[in-house]
Ligand binder design. Structure first.
Ligand SMILES: [Cu+2]
Length: 650
């Protein structure tokens, strides 16, 4: 081996695996969606605040330095830049309707028009204005046009070491008509840089991690909604406010999640999709609906940009019990600067406006204007994830290899949540592993039904499909997603328990090997067991049988049936020891599952396996020789309070 080559391979070894993986994923993404840059003249600082095409096909761009540029032929090698307007106060949005540009400056919604046709704005008209207290963080965004011609704007909170609504309507979504009539719509907003309409015309906004905001997220906003940050509630008692909650109604419990709090206080709207901090992005921005079928297989879905990670994520949502929820997926990373805006071009490519001054980003350019172009080849991706009563259904963009897709071990799921408190951000809270115990692959090979034990409403499910391959043996382009489960769907699609029982693909959660779980009948029991005890689980974390009776020293065959839709076990313990054992099981934490929630203790006499829904277990033991009221209990966390009974030894 040549010395140079040797040093070269050493260097490659020194590059962290994660960097290689990232480079690899960038290269793969580039095969399907290519990033092209729009050349910007050297003397223009194009820190993009807003993007909108005018009626002549020129791209309007507002900048944070207060200009509105008009770009002719933006997809060509030599686009032509004209300064259409200037002297604006940090316009962070742009729209175009009926021959005029509309933009939100910090303190007003402004209409700018070119009346004499010289390609420059000559009429600046205030549509509606609002007060400012001068805090640097009082950003204003928009407008987004509604189908009826009214406009939406959002107002950022100021920052004084926490979010502050220092002037009226900071922290609000406002609707403004073209003739300047303002209607407040919703509040609880902290840093609402991105908002827009989905394919059905419903309004969503994205939020950045911050005080009262555990992680980035997206929320469906309707009139009267409160989305979580209490500062904007300072104005909820104004006569035209549709929001009923008062500022004093929201207290910091330090314990609840936003979902839990919303069940106790009417009018709180939990997010439809969480973007877990650092796992998916770090600062969400613009929302863009995929409004055509020329951009790959994702028509009707939403793209959400991330400023800090210089990337675009993808969102699929569904409505369960009238509530939006769904999954976010990685989509395309590697942009030059921090993304603030996305806009469709006439050729169905997406213009991506970027800036990172004051807001650090992965892309190191201080500003950029780029274009994302679809190359026509379908990437192998999870296209949608839908919730069912008993799990999730994943739809793929291509037929999947049946052997890999039907194997429960090709998937892993864990769920967690975030705290709702005045502190900035939240750690991942109450993380648990969920077991995929069965998978059914659809006839057409394009979707897989995952059966998952113990779904928890209000939790974020990390869904990984690392083992799934397509028919050509290829891996997924992106193999993970985060599904926010606000509502668990009702019974229409549930599978009955007999079906579970009959299926041979059920995998146990664990297979506990222990001398307290003897699964073969002991060879010394020549006449078989003296007695068979059967215990059956039922819904509401209970056993059907409250008491079982044996005689001291009897040979027992113990059957545990679990027709319930959660995981359960049974542990037989010495008299009076249930609470101690349940506590020990709880304290096993994340290792609990692999131990079947069976702690090591002399007070625990016998136990079953940890059973997934629709399975059963048989074990053998000799009943204690000392009579007494022994107890049996399910040691799965939080079950022991209700899931217990007496084993009477006579
Ligand atoms: Cu249980």
């Amino acid at each position: 081996m040549q010395i140079k080559q040797f040093i070269g391979s050493l260097l490659i070894l020194l590059i962290p695996i994660s960097v290689l993986a990232q480079k690899n994923s960038l290269l793969l993404e580039n095969k399907y969606y290519t990033i092209k840059s729009v050349p910007i003249p050297k003397d223009i600082v194009l820190e993009v605040g807003g993007l909108a095409f005018d009626d002549k096909g020129n791209l309007g761009v507002t900048t944070r330095r207060g200009d509105l540029w008009s770009i002719k032929n933006p997809s060509s090698a030599n686009p032509e830049f004209t300064r259409f307007a200037s002297g604006l106060h940090e316009p962070l949005g742009l729209g175009f309707r009926n021959g005029a540009f509309y933009l939100a400056q910090r303190a007003e919604l402004t209409k700018i028009q070119d009346r004499n046709g010289d390609g420059k704005g000559d009429l600046y008209e205030t549509i509606y204005s609002w007060p400012l207290n001068g805090n640097y963080h009082e950003y204003s965004y928009g407008p987004e046009f509604l189908p009826d011609g009214n406009m939406l704007i959002t107002l950022n909170l100021g920052w004084i070491g926490r979010g502050e609504s220092g002037s009226k309507w900071r922290g609000w979504l406002l609707q403004i008509s073209p003739d300047g009539e303002m209607t407040p719509i919703a509040t609880g907003l902290r840093s609402p840089a991105g908002f827009g309409l989905n394919a059905k015309g419903d309004v969503f906004y994205t939020e950045n991690q911050g005080d009262w905001v555990g992680s980035g997220r997206m929320t469906h906003l309707e009139k009267g909604d409160f989305a979580g940050n209490p500062e904007g509630l300072k104005w909820s008692q104004e006569p035209n406010s549709p929001v009923k909650i008062k500022f004093a109604d929201i207290v910091d419990t330090m314990g609840y999640t936003l979902y839990e709090y919303s069940k106790k206080q009417a009018g709180i709207k939990p997010p439809s999709v969480w973007f877990p901090h650092t796992l998916m992005g770090i600062s969400t921005s613009d929302i863009l609906v995929v409004n055509n079928d020329k951009f790959g297989p994702f028509e009707g879905q939403l793209l959400v940009a991330d400023q800090g990670h210089s990337k675009i994520m993808r969102v699929f949502q569904e409505k369960i019990n009238g509530v939006y929820q769904g999954a976010c997926f990685p989509f395309r990373e590697g942009f030059a600067s921090g993304i603030l805006r996305m806009e469709w071009g006439p050729d169905n490519s997406i213009y991506v406006g970027q800036t990172n001054r004051g807001w650090a980003s992965t892309g190191k350019s201080s500003f950029a204007l780029e274009r994302l172009v679809y190359n026509g080849e379908i990437p192998f991706e999870m296209k949608t994830i839908k919730a069912r009563k008993d799990g999730f259904t994943i739809e793929f963009t291509e037929p999947i290899n049946r052997t890999t897709a039907a194997n429960p071990e090709s998937y892993s799921i864990s769920d967690f949540t975030y705290k709702y408190h005045h502190v900035y951000g939240s750690p991942v809270t109450d993380l648990q592993t969920r077991t995929v115990y069965k998978v059914e692959v659809a006839q057409d090979g394009k979707s897989a039904k995952l059966f998952v034990e113990g779904l928890r409403a209000g939790y974020i499910n990390e869904i990984k499909a690392e083992g799934v391959k397509n028919n050509q043996g290829k891996n997924l382009l992106h193999n993970f997603a985060y599904y926010t489960l606000n509502e668990i769907p009702g019974g229409e699609e549930q599978t009955d328990h007999e079906h579970h029982m009959a299926h041979d693909a059920i995998v146990p959660a664990v297979n506990l090997v222990s001398d307290k779980r003897v699964t073969e009948i002991p060879s010394s029991w020549f006449n078989g067991p003296d007695v068979t005890l059967t215990l059956t689980t039922t819904s509401g974390m209970k056993y059907v049988e409250k008491e079982l009776i044996v005689k001291a020293g009897q040979k027992v065959k113990f059957v545990l049936n679990n027709p319930d839709d959660m995981m359960h076990n049974v542990a037989i313990v010495k008299p009076g020891k249930v609470a101690v054992i349940a506590d020990m099981a709880n304290n096993l934490g994340l290792q609990g599952q692999e131990k079947g929630y069976i702690p090591e203790s002399d007070d625990l006499l016998f136990h079953s396996n940890l059973l997934v829904p629709g399975s059963s277990d048989i074990f053998y033991f000799v009943a204690p020789t000392e009579p007494g009221a022994y107890e049996y209990v399910c040691t799965f966390p939080a079950h022991s309070a209700t899931m217990r009974g007496i084993l009477m030894v006579e």
